[in-house]
Ligand binder design. Structure first.
Ligand SMILES: Cc1ncc(COP(=O)(O)O)c(C=O)c1O
Length: 381
């Protein structure tokens, strides 16, 4: 029996979790003012890099005494730089509940070979933050992009901790409130919530993180692209736009344009509201269906950006094949691109709901999800 297709399609089928949908007003000619073919150290390039830093501060509400740097190699570059430069001074506690967090654990345990305390939870769950000793240096991911499980708030992190908190916030920044007083190192990349271009990472340091950098030298060598100090002092230039190596001025321009758009929709609170509305459309859909559910077990930890879903219908014979086939049907119809679960995550779907996605598009896509599910159940039989 042919199952009838919904009448309308999303105007934009891009629900990928990275690179994510560009801002709804994006056109290539918006980048016409980019400082292309000029030195990034010329006044014009430096001014754009500095603007990117200061506008990030303003939009995210980063305190004036925190340092913000644009660094090489995207979020991974920023996280590696932080871990290799800061860890080793005291015990490290590595906290992970999905693939990216697990990657940082591997780095610290297998590459840096630190005798770290490792705390993990399965996909869908989260580590109980009450069990973490914040007198250790604690490394964690604010939003687990591959499981759709996020830290609900920073209440469990003590203000008077002795260790540093090192937080990968790449799919959280610009979509969730980040408690800056509880975060000593925060990293993200541009291609996630703001739909920017990949290449650069943003590294945000609290005064305590800077103090550690200036007072501690790791036992291992640091490549040039990780080095943030010279002669025991922070290289201030990195945090004012004098990047360690050559940045893409096209990517910088694109980020500035995205920040502009972000202000036009109400800044951080506007972006959070957009992500919440998108995610709520998916959550509501799941609540009224008995064949699909959030991967996140506790509603308080459900991500409003990388919404991860699992199929729960008894009729499904091969979970992984089924989820893949549903995603393929949606892609073939051009109604939802790249929404299969991450390769290491449990079988299912992952629908990006960050602020660059329009709620009307999520709402137009969901009936198609129902259509694809039913069509696949039929095909299986
Ligand atoms: C939580 C998290 N950390 C790190 C990364 C890697 O980011 P990048 O590709 O910007 O290095 C991703 C990418 O999806 C992510 O979601």
């Amino acid at each position: 029996m042919a199952i009838e297709q919904p009448a309308t399609r999303p105007a934009n089928p891009r629900f990928s979790s990275g690179p994510c949908a560009k801002i709804p007003t994006f056109e290539l000619n918006k980048l016409a003012d980019a400082a292309l073919g000029r030195s990034h150290r010329a006044a014009i390039g430096k001014a754009k890099l500095k603007a990117a830093i200061e506008e990030t501060r303003e939009l995210l509400g980063v305190p004036a005494d925190y340092k913000i740097g644009i660094v090489p190699a995207s979020d991974t570059g920023a996280m590696e730089m932080a871990m290799w430069s800061l860890l080793g001074a005291r015990k490290a506690e590595m906290v992970a509940w999905e693939s990216f967090g697990a990657g940082w654990v591997t780095d610290v345990v297998k590459q840096l070979k630190l005798d770290a305390e490792v705390k993990t939870a399965d996909y869908g769950e989260i580590v109980d933050f009450a069990t973490i000793d914040f007198n250790n240096d604690v490394v964690f991911t604010w939003n687990g992009t591959t499981s759709g499980v996020r830290v609900p708030n920073g209440d469990a992190i003590p203000a008077d901790r002795e260790g540093l908190t090192i937080c990968d916030a790449t799919s959280a920044a610009f979509a969730m409130d980040l408690p800056w007083d509880k975060l000593d190192v925060t990293t993200f990349s541009w291609q996630k919530v703001l739909g920017g271009e990949a290449a650069h990472g943003v590294l945000i340091l609290s005064p305590r993180a800077v103090e550690r950098l200036e007072s501690y030298t790791p036992a291992w060598p640091l490549p040039k692209i990780f080095r943030m100090t010279k002669g025991g002092k922070l290289i201030e230039g990195i945090f004012t736009g004098a990047t360690i190596n050559t940045p893409s001025m096209l990517a910088v321009e694109d980020y500035l344009v995205a920040l502009d758009w972000a202000r036009s929709v109400g800044g951080l609170q506007g972006l959070i509201a957009r992500a919440e509305a998108n995610a709520k459309a998916v959550w509501d859909f799941c609540e009224t269906r008995d064949w699909i559910d959030n991967l996140a077990v506790d509603a308080a930890t459900r991500s409003n950006t990388s919404v991860c879903l699992k199929f729960t219908d008894d009729r499904i014979q091969d979970g992984a094949a089924f989820a893949k086939a549903v995603a393929k049907r949606l892609e073939n119809e051009g109604v939802a691109l790249d929404i299969g679960a991450y390769r290491d995550a449990p079988a299912g779907l992952r629908i990006w709901c960050g602020g660059t996605v329009e709620t009307a598009d999520v709402e137009a896509m969901l009936p198609w999800l129902e259509w694809a599910f039913n069509a696949e159940i039929d095909a299986q039989a």
